[in-house]
Ligand binder design. Structure first.
Ligand code: DX5
Ligand code: ZN
Length: 215
């Protein structure tokens, strides 16, 4: 079984409650919430007031993906949402080890995300402390982008690093994931698939979640 974390970035923000209820009734595992600050990435999505509203209706654990500078400033706020996973970008954290410890001390799963150009080898000395590593298979900032093929081979290299270091981290992949790319990512070692447009643009989003989970 593959875990599926639908990205709410592709939801209808004019009818968010309906889309959240649809996912509550689906087989999805987590809700993926994409926070963008217009600095770390060239786009702005939503912030805490909107996520608090989402959290009130969501009946699945929240997987928060912070595409922001200085994510360490918001550990307590993310915890207050009731988040299960807090994902910070490797490229946004000068003192990554400290941020990871802060996230874990709040009782959340600590996730570290790598942009497409960042090699998995930079995680060598931290991966044993992580609960999750997320690989971006698009440049973060927008939903609906084309999958970067390199991510498949990179997933296999991350699986090797995790095995070699005795890490228990889950591997999550974000960007351009659909049934076709998802199948290859799972084969390469992915545990969790994030999907935005593949789910929300599908004729039957609930069936799409199910199909991704069965990869
Ligand atoms: C990209 C976000 C992704 C995005 C995925 O910056 O982090 O979570 O919403 O959307 P799709 O699945 O459409 O690529
Ligand atoms: Zn994301």
């Amino acid at each position: 079984m593959t875990m599926v974390s639908p990205s709410l970035l592709s939801a209808d923000f004019g009818d968010l409650r309906r889309d959240i209820e649809m996912l509550n009734d689906s087989a999805c595992d987590w809700f993926h919430l994409d926070v963008m600050d217009g600095v770390f990435v060239p786009n702005i999505s939503f912030g805490f007031p909107v996520m608090e509203a989402m959290a009130r209706h969501a009946r699945k654990p929240l997987d928060v993906h912070l595409m922001i500078v200085q994510p360490e400033k918001f550990v307590k706020e993310v915890k207050a949402l009731g988040a299960h996973v807090m994902n910070v970008h490797y490229e946004a954290c000068t003192h990554l080890h400290r941020v990871v410890q802060q996230i874990k001390s709040e009782g959340m799963m600590a996730g570290v995300t790598l942009n497409p150009h960042t090699p998995v080898s930079v995680l060598e000395d931290i991966v044993a402390d992580l609960d999750l590593v997320m690989l971006m298979s698009v440049n973060p900032g927008f939903g609906g982008q084309k999958f970067i093929e390199h991510a498949v081979e990179k997933t296999a290299r991350l699986r090797e690093l995790i095995g070699r270091t005795g890490s228990k981290a889950l591997i999550e992949i974000d960007g351009g994931v659909n049934r076709e790319t998802g199948a290859r990512l799972v084969k390469a070692g992915a545990d969790v698939l994030v999907a935005g447009s593949a789910i929300f643009r599908a004729a039957d989003p609930v069936a799409e979640v199910k199909a991704l989970r069965e990869l």
